[in-house]
Design a binder for this molecule. Sequence first.
Ligand SMILES: [Zn+2]
Length: 476
Amino acid sequence: MAKGITKRSQDYSRWYLDIVAAADMAEHSSVKGCMVIKPTGYALWEQIQRRLDDMFKETGHVNAYFPLFIPESYLKKEAEHVEGFAPECAVVTHGGGKKLEEPLVVRPTSETIIWSTYQKWIQSYRDLPILINQWANVVRWEMRTRLFLRTTEFLWQEGHTAHATHEEAEKETRLMLDVYRRFAEEYMAIPVWTGVKTDSEKFAGALHTYCIEAMMQDRKALQAGTSHNLGQNFAKAFDVKFQNEQGDLEYVYATSWGVSTRLIGAIIMTHSDDNGLVIPPRLAPLKVVLVPIWRDEEQQKKVVERAQKLTENWKSHISFKVDDRDQYRPGYKFNEWEKKGVPIRLELGPRDLENNSVVAVRRDTGEKITLSQDGLLDNLTDLLEEIQTNLYERALELRNKGTFIEDDFDTFKKKIEDPGGFFWVHWCGKTDCETVFQETSKATIRLVPLDGEKQNGQCMVCGQPSNERVLVAKAY
Ligand SMILES: [Zn+2]
């Protein structure tokens, strides 16, 4: 166990905070509920942004930016939306030393300001679709905060699209859900379930909300992304009509979708261990660190020279660092890069110079592998992919072990406490029974699966007929 990191088996919540601190990712600021994202944490967010931004653009989206402030009256235009968000809004009442005529809300999400703008942009079917994404910060007043997972201000992206038909909006909602699923699985190395939220868990103002749900190492669920079909609700609230091809006026169809800095919390809680952070190679800001090892100045000169020569052509292929700081000993450096989650550490000592070798240490398994200095870059590239695959498979195995099919309510109530996990159970579809789940077990229906297998059964709570199983778990 690394110094200063609580073991996961001892106290999982403490462990999480210790990892954030040990990897130097973020800290609490002097403003309650707001965090300072430090360079190591922000570099990971930048990797997430880049990969996702590419995927958004590949699917036809463009970026734009809308104001941070929203007139309070806008928020009130969509009844469900204001009810859902008003309690957690920060409101600006004064500006430039004067009381404002109308208070301004600091955006908790941007549907209202964006649809008030789309009202000016859309007249005809020729103006559609609009496929816009925004990278921004939002504020939701939180009482109990946790770095990356729940903070008053956080960073995210929010897509806001406008369409001529319900079918097209639904297709977009599902497309973005699939983008999130692929990103989670292929980059974050996190297996996810996709599905639709129940009415009581959907986004305030949406027809329905799709989501991806992942299992953390403590077997709790984390909602890692949502995609909402908003129907015509916001178009009606802001009077956004268009003339369709037949010349009739119709309200526009909307979607919105988002992921946030919460994803960093998901990466930590899925892959990291008692020695520190573990980052999947495809998202690691730094993929390889080479630590030259020497005893005297003569050796130092030789190994550092060889390290530089070995890596001289790597720049355009791989992000790496030669850690030749001479004020720290190798053990200190090993520990630092291990805590920060760099996927591969290379050790190069005087004996390696004689043997034309280098020792590679995998962050995911701790395994030491002796590699030849010839063809090293290719071997490292392969090894990084192997680590990526191993992390995904490890997470999948953990999820499989922690997932149960359950029909008996009493057994469920015991098992959700110990050992905990994901439970596929029959549910009749009534909110009353959903509330019973919540009140008796603190678990929630995470999703109704998409295209799930139909199967006759009885609601675990009331015994009424059910034709498919839903996913129930405790969640972050
Ligand atoms: Zn029921």
